[in-house]
Structure formats: C-alpha cells, structure tokens
Design a protein around this ligand. Structure first.
Ligand code: UTP
Length: 498
C-alpha cells in the first residue's frame, strides 16, 4: 500500500491537499481503504487533470460550422439504397469471417445509467417483453444465433468471443448475473469481462470532489476509456491469440442491436476499412445526436452542440438533410487499428466535459446532494478515434430495424423502457406479417403493423429462432396468430411439426 506521506506529498504538489482534510476523523479501517484508493490515483497526472477539467468547462465549445462537410458518398454504404445482391454479398462475406473465428463483439457496459435510474447495470434491465428477457439475455441469444447461421452455412463450429467492458460500478453485478444465468448458454471462457479506469470528478475551480470524508468522487473515464482498458487488461493480446481480426463494438442500451452484424462487417471488410460507423438518418435537423462528418477533411463525430441550427438545417438538392448521419455508437474496428490507437494515439484523444450533480461533503463535513451541477466529469468517447483511421467508412441502416436505445426512465417521451419494448415488438410484428402470418389483437381484430408503431401487438420472437427475421416463413406462412404470441424454440418445433 502507498504510504500516507507519499500520498500527502503527491496531493499537495497537485494543489489537492484538501482531500485529506478529514483524515484525523477517520477510523483505522476507513484510513486503510482511503489510502488504498488514493494510492491508485495517478498522482503525477492529477494537476493536469484538475486544471484541464476546470479550463475545459470554462471555455465554450468551438463552433465547427465553417470547417465541416459531409463524408463523401463513395465512403458510405446504405441498407436502404443498396440492392439485394450487394446486401447478400456483404452478408456472405461477414458470415465467412464469423465462421473462421475472425469476428468478436465488444460491449461498452461501464456507464452508470443515471438517467434510467436503476441501481444495477443497465444490461440487467428488463423492458417487460412477454418473455421477460433482459438486455444481456437478448444480446447473448443473438450471438448464439448468428454463430449457428455461420456454422450452418460453412459447416463450421465457430465462436464469437464477447468482450464486455465494465467499470467499478458494473463489473461485480454483471459477473454475478451472468453466472446465475449460466452465461445464457454461451461458453463462459468466451465471455471476457474487463474493467475500465475511474477518474476523479472535479469542481469548477479544479478541486477533486470528496464524496465522503474518506472517499473521492470517482467516475468511469467515458466509453473512450476503452482504449486504455484494452491495454491495461491485455485484451488485444487475447484477440490476437484467438485470431480475432474484426471487432463489432456497441452500447448496452440499444435493444435492436444486431450482434456481430454480418452485413456491416462484410461491408467494412470489403471496403478495406480499418474503422467504420453505423449510422441512422437523423429524424429531424435538431435531433440531439452526434453527426458523422468531416472536419477540416478528417472524419469525426460532431456533437449537436458544436454546430449552429442553420447548419443542421441545410438540405441537399433532393431535400435531404446534408448532415443526416446520426451516430448510434455502433462501430467496426480491425484489431490492428485498435492496436495502433492504443499504442500511438490514446494520449491524443479529446477530453469531453460533462457537468454533473455530484454528491459531496462540505468543509464542515456535511453530506450535500446538489440540486444543480457542481462538478465536472471528464470523459473520452469511443468514436474519437475516427480521425486516426486510414480508411474510414460509414454504413447507414434503417432506424426502425436497428436502433432504439434505452436511456431514460418511463415517463420520458423518448428512449424509455416503453419505447424500447415497442420498437422490438413492432419489429417482430413486421417480421411475422412479412413471413405471411396474420396477427390478431386481444379483440380478435387484425392488428395493424407499421414501422414506428407506438402500440404494437404483443408479438415476440426469440433470437434463438430468428436473428433478423429470417427463417420464419416456413413456420408462420398462412397462419392466423392470436396475440400475445411468443415464438420460442418449443413453439417453433410445434409449428414445424404441424
Ligand atoms: P451513455 O452516454 O448513455 O451513459 O453511455 P450511461 O452511463 O449509460 O447513462 P447516463 O448518461 O448515466 O444516463 C453510452 C454507452 O457507453 C457506455 C454505457 O454503458 C453505454 O453502453 N459507457 C459510458 C461506458 O462503457 N463507460 C463509460 O464511462 C460511460
């Protein structure tokens, strides 16, 4: 354990001597725990971190309007605009790589999910589907299914390793949950959990915030903490050892995520890309999502706060938005690109400022729950490596089919448990009807099925039966199905036998 004197010196020389102000009041046990925590802080970098945070929070974001342009069309693929043949070719290419164990998935699950407001990792959340499945279970089953599809096509027995980045908040409960659920039928050795770093939250005048008398307010270093975490935990070595060349990175909260999406992977590989971003068309110009574009000729994501409304409103000759490529935190990376980033570029990644309400103890030792933001959390973002790519591509997918994030608690107009559940049910209704089924609502009337349906019939199909709508015709064609209808593997067998 670090010595008190060394820690005290380190703190004082970074202008953070106040961190030990309650030391005399702490018990022996509390002192040990605190010293251990402080020993893990990067004391050398602490001054830069604190001063940098205060400075960044005080300066308004640059307006990038004059320097931006859309990504040129030759680097963009699109599900909507591509013919069936191209889509099938990309899918085949993706499945081939999957069958040869060259593809891994990486889940970013270190966030605190404060907006959703539950005390456990977001992946353990159930949005109340008929099956009651959690986000983690849905994702696990999609991995199993896409492995099976690749195996069937190529006569292989393949594995898609599942890398899961967690944080101090999410690691232990996630591990426990997976164990209790028997890893959802996946091989435990192919699920690799690792932890990202934590960094101190800082006041507007650059002082580390004390959450308790013997506890610094720490927060995960953003989903761009991935690159340090990959190195810290030797994850890239693990990928190399397994022969994983391509990685599909995604966020925990998108209920429609296509795990190890063969079409996206096939598209990126066939273009020789080292880095790729899936995007959806922005719903409207002021939609608060980042836009994938170029700034001074370099590909990157521009936050909605970094461009003026007039720029966001710009339209092309056909009336389409010029800056329409909404980032959905769904990325393709080659392992060698990640290796380069981790070794050469990580230190150059931008730091983003998030102003948060951080509970703290005041100078008199009282616990305070602030009602307005009082602290700065510095975060790195996973997409900030785009500028280092040598061949960056964009792949536009259909929002209703692939993107519905769970961010907020119920009651919010968007991105809530209800909207996530409805997106999945509406998609499964569309799959069932395009396979030739007629769905009946609870009154026996034909249920309406349309994209963006806000009150879809209760039709759910397990990923173990269909990954993305395939294979349903033989089970459902010509059938009239009363809802709620849940197509699990058992039901599928019964229908097959009829
Ligand atoms: P969000 O930005 O939505 O943050 O993360 P969040 O922590 O989940 O939720 P709020 O903002 O507190 O309500 C997008 C994705 O990045 C991951 C999250 O787990 C989610 O998958 N993430 C976020 C990390 O892995 N690490 C972080 O430090 C932050």
């Amino acid at each position: 354990m670090a010595s008190l004197e060394r820690v005290r010196q380190g703190l004082e020389s970074s202008g953070q001597g106040h961190v030990l102000q309650f030391w005399p009041e702490l018990s022996e046990e509390e002192r040990d725990a605190f010293l251990q925590e402080l020993g893990q802080l990067d004391l050398q970098g602490l001054r830069d971190h604190c001063e940098g945070a205060a400075k960044a929070a005080a300066s308004p974001p640059d307006s990038l309007d004059r320097h931006i342009e859309p990504v040129p069309s030759e680097f963009i693929g699109s599900v909507r605009k591509s013919d069936r043949k191209s889509l099938a070719e990309w899918e085949n290419e993706g499945l081939l790589h999957i069958s040869k164990n060259r593809v891994g998935v990486l889940l970013l699950a270190g966030g605190q999910g404060t907006r959703l407001g539950v005390q456990y990792p977001k992946g353990m959340y159930s949005v109340a589907l008929p099956s009651g499945k959690t986000l983690y279970q849905i994702q696990a089953e999609r991995i199993r299914k896409v492995q099976e599809i690749a195996d069937r096509k190529h006569g292989s027995k393949c594995t898609i390793p599942w890398y899961i980045m967690t944080s101090e908040f999410t690691l232990a409960p996630t591990e426990k949950f997976f164990e209790e659920k028997h890893y959802f039928g996946l091989e435990p050795t192919n699920i690799i959990m690792f932890e990202q770093r934590m960094i101190p939250a800082v006041t507007f005048d650059g002082k580390v915030i004390l959450q308790g008398k013997g506890k610094v307010a720490m927060a995960p270093d953003g989903n761009g903490g991935l690159y340090k975490a990959l190195m810290d935990n030797k994850v890239l070595e693990d990928m190399k050892r397994r022969g994983v060349e391509y990685l599909h990175v995604y966020c925990v909260d998108n209920i429609l995520v296509k795990m190890a999406d063969p079409v996206f992977i096939g598209f990126c590989v066939s273009k020789g890309a080292d880095c790729g971003a899936k995007v959806v068309e922005k719903a409207y110009p002021a939609e608060p999502v980042g836009v994938v574009c170029r700034v001074r000729g370099v590909s990157q994501v521009v936050e909605y706060s970094e461009i003026r409304p007039e720029t966001a409103e710009l339209r092309g000759p056909g009336g389409e938005m010029v800056y329409s490529a909404g980032n959905i935190c769904n990325h393709f990376f080659t392992r060698t690109f990640l290796q380069d980033v981790a070794e050469k570029f990580e230190g150059q990644l931008k730091q983003h400022v998030a102003l948060k309400k951080v509970p703290y103890v005041d100078a008199c030792g009282n616990q305070v729950r602030p009602t307005k933001p009082n602290g700065i959390k510095m975060e790195k973002f996973v997409f900030d490596v785009f500028p280092f790519s040598r061949n960056f591509v964009v792949f536009e997918v259909v929002r209703e089919d692939e993107f519905s994030p769970l961010k907020n608690a119920d009651g919010a107009a968007t991105d809530s448990p209800t909207t996530a559940r409805n997106s999945l049910l509406a998609q499964h209704c569309r799959w069932a009807t395009s396979a030739g089924a007629t769905l009946l609502d609870e009154h026996g009337n034909t249920a309406s099925v349309s994209a963006g349906d806000t009150n879809p019939a209760q039709c759910e199909i397990t990923p173990l039966v269909s990954y993305f709508g395939e294979g349903l015709e033989q089970l459902l064609k010509g059938r009239t199905l009363k809802t709620p209808f849940y197509l699990d593997e058992k039901k599928a067998k019964e229908l097959q036998a009829e």
